[in-house]
Design a protein around this ligand. Structure first.
Ligand code: AMP
Ligand code: ZN
Length: 485
């Protein structure tokens, strides 16, 4: 397995610390508003990563947090609390807002077919772990307090600060990445723990050694939760590319400073953004769509998943209604293919099938299996090469269009789908409906015409059948098949 590691800016061979267990942490959503299709892109590609690792034989322990405590809207530890903002917008309590949007997030993940992590952790249920980590950093001399503001991490005490983001002197200057905050010793210092301001009366506040009403800063949660469930050093950590310069840079600093161990994360995987009609989609810009919005326009969530898979996770992706429409058509084509394969597969396994046909099938098996092996190799090589989903999807279509037998195609498709996650194994053969005798008659007559090689008559009969609302498909093995239009 090869993965692009943001730390080295290179595609590297993936070698976990423990050859049998991959420890993976994904930054979870801030649950103050609806999960949009940009989030869905990020978490679907996490899902594809986990599926690919598992398929490659690794046992993966996958942990994701739920940010249900208010982060301040800016990366500078200032601005409005996001959850309080959500509570105001929807007229309910912060706790209710967090629960409502956490539920919505899980529903969206289920709808798009993402496997749930082994552990999902709410930040509010890990307050003590976070406090302990800040205390540890304080004991080791990495912190200082800005009165009436918070406990800050002193980045000058951590010489490797900024390596992930390749921050140069310019990037570390006042105001370059984060706004200037009065009292900070260095422009890159960040809040580990924040204090309620005088007269603020926050809905979520906890007692801490530094302040009776205080709350975690927005980076400490991921270090604390990851250490709690996965230990001090992990293999993989994912997040959106927006997290590189501040959030993940700070996670590394506080984690490695606290444990004295490096690296905190061996491979950093960052997902690129989904844009909508060329614009950045975000909750704050209010130009976002949910999976429900797609469903209202009669787009299948799996057609959206298929669309996501056609773009590489490190490329920007531009969502347009035209490409959504195109993907819906492709999805329907895939569904038709699955129905077709199920029917042919059933016919092949049917004992009634003529012996001669069975013999041809058996004879061709030896040659075809080489093709099966080669398609499988190309598909999984693409997936294991930094999750090259566009290439893998192209191999899938090529395989479906090949001259492999239906049962071979079907089992390859399900094999591919273990990592694609389109839910194809759940699709069942549609029940045949009762066909009027007049139509059956025409089908029989067409078969006779075909046997007599009277193609003109066969075509005429096909159009008469069409006029009666049915369509004929000519299968290689089972012959004619009738479908209601
Ligand atoms: P948030 O809830 O805003 O913290 O976002 C949760 C995750 O979704 C983060 O890893 C973000 O980087 C990612 N994300 C947010 N908006 C988008 C988008 N438009 N496209 C792709 N990923 C996004
Ligand atoms: Zn995080």
């Amino acid at each position: 397995m090869k993965l692009y590691n943001t730390l080295s800016r290179k595609i590297e061979e993936f070698i976990p610390q423990d050859p049998n267990l991959v420890k993976l942490y994904a930054c979870g959503p801030t649950v103050y508003d609806f999960t949009h299709i940009g989030h869905v892109r990020k978490y679907t590609m996490d899902d594809v990563l986990v599926r690919t690792l598992r398929h490659a034989g690794y046992d993966v322990k996958f942990v994701r947090n739920i940010t249900d405590v208010g982060h301040l809207a800016s990366d500078s530890d200032t601005g409005e609390d996001k959850l309080e903002k959500g509570a105001k917008k929807y007229g309910s309590s912060v706790w209710d807002i967090a629960q409502k949007f956490e539920d919505y997030f899980h529903q969206s993940m289920d709808t798009i077919g993402n496997v749930r992590p082994n552990i999902t952790s709410k930040v509010t249920e890990h307050i003590q772990n976070q406090l302990d980590l800040v205390k540890k950093l304080e004991e080791k001399g990495f912190t200082y307090v800005i009165p009436e503001d918070g406990v800050y991490f002193d980045t000058s005490k951590f010489p490797r600060y900024g390596e992930l983001a390749k921050l140069n002197k310019e990037g570390m200057k006042d105001g370059a990445r984060v706004d200037v905050v009065a009292g900070k010793r260095n422009p890159t210092d960040f809040a580990l723990w924040k204090f309620e301001r005088a007269g603020e009366n926050r809905a979520m506040a906890w007692e801490s050694p530094w302040h009776p009403r205080s709350f975690p800063g927005w980076h400490i949660e991921c270090s604390a939760i990851s250490m709690e469930h996965l230990g001090e050093q992990i293999d993989l950590h994912t997040g959106g590319i927006d997290h590189i310069p501040v959030h993940h840079t700070n996670e590394i600093a506080q984690s490695e400073a606290a444990t004295g161990k490096s690296p905190f994360v061996k491979y950093w995987v960052h997902h690129n953004f989904l844009f909508i009609e060329g614009k950045k989609m975000s909750k704050s810009l209010n130009n976002f769509f949910t999976l429900e919005d797609l469903a209202k326009k009669e787009y299948d969530p799996m057609a959206f998943r298929l669309l996501l898979l056609t773009a590489h996770y490190r490329s920007e992706m531009n969502f347009t209604w035209d490409n959504m429409e195109g993907s819906q058509v492709a999805w329907e084509k895939l569904m038709d293919k699955v129905q077709f394969l199920l029917k042919e597969k059933e016919a092949i396994s049917n004992l009634e099938i003529e012996k001669s046909i069975r013999q041809t099938v058996e004879e061709s098996e030896g040659i075809e299996s080489e093709k099966v092996v080669s398609l499988k190799k190309r598909f999984f090589d693409a997936m294991e090469n930094d999750l090259s989903t566009p290439e893998a999807i192209a191999v899938m279509w090529e395989m479906l269009g090949s001259d492999l037998r239906a049962d071979q195609k079907y089992s390859l498709l399900l094999n591919f789908d273990e990592v694609l996650g389109l839910g194809l194994a759940r699709i069942e053969l549609k029940q045949q409906e009762i066909i009027p005798e007049s139509v059956e008659d025409l089908v029989d007559q067409r078969q006779v015409a075909r046997d007599n090689k009277d193609w003109q008559l066969a075509d005429d009969l096909r159009s008469r059948i069409n006029d009666l609302g049915y369509e004929i498909i000519d299968h290689a093995v089972i012959g004619q098949e009738l479908i209601k239009k």
